[in-house]
Design a protein around this ligand. Structure first.
Ligand SMILES: Cc1cc2nc3c(=O)[nH]c(=O)nc-3n(C[C@H](O)[C@H](O)[C@H](O)COP(=O)(O)O)c2cc1C
Length: 324
């Protein structure tokens, strides 16, 4: 009887490097959609996750925006939470101890209204063990003027450079898609010394109850996330990949392993899962199980062979001889 070969496929090394940040795998969870991780521990073995980005923190506590704060839309979710958080002191006392012991790399998301506030937050966190990186939320559309920092290249560069001076921790700059030239902003983040850019935060949007003649969100305008924004996120990853020499974390509308692979092939070294966790809290485990299978289907032995392997059409060829 011929022996059936039962040797399991060699395990694929899924580790990725983003500047000075090394992650065990490329599937992270996005800020604001995974709480502070303890809330999600019953759904996903946290130690399997490539990187956890908890809800953005600010220096002082913030109560956030008035309700409604979320509205479901066709293929998406609108939110205007307004960076509701308890401030850095409570984060350090109540949230960070659990996060640093959870077994996954922790990327702390910070936001300030000025460069000085970002630098102050980074300096406080620099003294804390167990933080793999900082993600600078310079793109929150819900805070007055919060979006300004990542819509202006020089502001973006100076926030990143200021934080780089204040800490030895790797720095990710999370950018807004609500700009004309995303590659120009990403280049500014690179010039400031970012280890990677996270693309994208939510797209500005609005929902209206016409019968009551009212906007549905208390803040009137909010940020759109979910499948509706995936094409925009992919376009941003593509444009930055083509123009800027900086690792990219892709985020926006990822629900399936096909979505993840689209981001990798387009040029993202890692991805973050956001709104999908609300619809399916176990989604990250499912994607992690599917990743080696998808890489095998692509015919590659490592993730790096897939990243940025998109084949673009050549230059447009016009008629050589119009009269022929
Ligand atoms: C309810 C909600 C809250 C969010 N809060 C934050 C936040 O605090 N900081 C941040 O950088 N991004 C925040 N985001 C944006 C997500 O991290 C992510 O960039 C965006 O939702 C796009 O990804 P997705 O379509 O997979 O959700 C939030 C998104 C949602 C839906």
């Amino acid at each position: 009887m011929p022996e059936i070969c039962s040797t399991p496929a060699a395990p694929v090394d899924l580790g990725v490097t983003l500047g000075r940040l090394r992650l065990p795998n490329p599937i992270m969870v996005a800020s604001g959609t995974f709480g502070y991780a303890s809330e999600m521990a019953g759904f996903v073995p946290l130690e399997r996750i490539g990187g956890i980005v908890p809800k953005t923190i600010t220096l002082a506590p913030r109560i956030g925006n008035r309700p409604w704060r979320t509205v479901e839309t066709a293929a998406g979710l609108l939110n205007s939470i307004g960076l509701d958080n308890d401030g850095i002191d409570r984060f350090l006392a109540d949230k960070l101890p659990f996060l640093r012991d959870c077994g996954a790399p922790v990327v702390v998301s910070i936001a300030g209204g000025t460069v000085a506030e970002f630098v102050q937050l980074a300096a406080r966190l620099a003294a804390e063990p167990g933080i793999a990186a900082l993600e600078l939320n310079i793109s929150c559309p819900n805070v007055s003027h919060g979006v300004d920092l990542a819509t202006d290249p020089e502001m973006c560069r100076s926030v990143v450079a200021g934080v780089r001076q204040a800490t030895a921790t790797p720095v990710l700059a999370k950018l807004t898609p609500n700009v004309n030239d995303i590659a120009g902003i990403a280049q500014a983040a690179a010039d400031g010394g970012a280890d990677a850019v996270t693309l994208i935060n939510t797209c500005q949007g609005m929902a209206v109850d016409w019968r009551r003649r009212r906007p549905l969100l208390g803040n009137v305008i909010g940020g759109l996330s979910g499948p509706a924004i995936k094409p925009i996120a992919l376009r941003c990853v593509h444009q930055v990949r083509q123009a800027v020499d900086l690792p990219i974390i892709g985020v926006g509308g990822i629900m399936t392993i096909d979505d993840c692979m689209e981001f990798f092939v387009t040029g993202a070294t890692a991805v973050q899962i956001g709104t999908a966790s609300f619809a399916e809290p176990v989604v990250v485990g499912r994607l992690l199980d599917a990743l080696p299978v998808a890489l095998a289907e692509l015919g590659v032995g490592s993730l790096s062979e897939a990243v940025g392997s998109l084949e673009l059409p050549g230059p447009k060829v016009g008629p050589v001889n119009a009269s022929a």
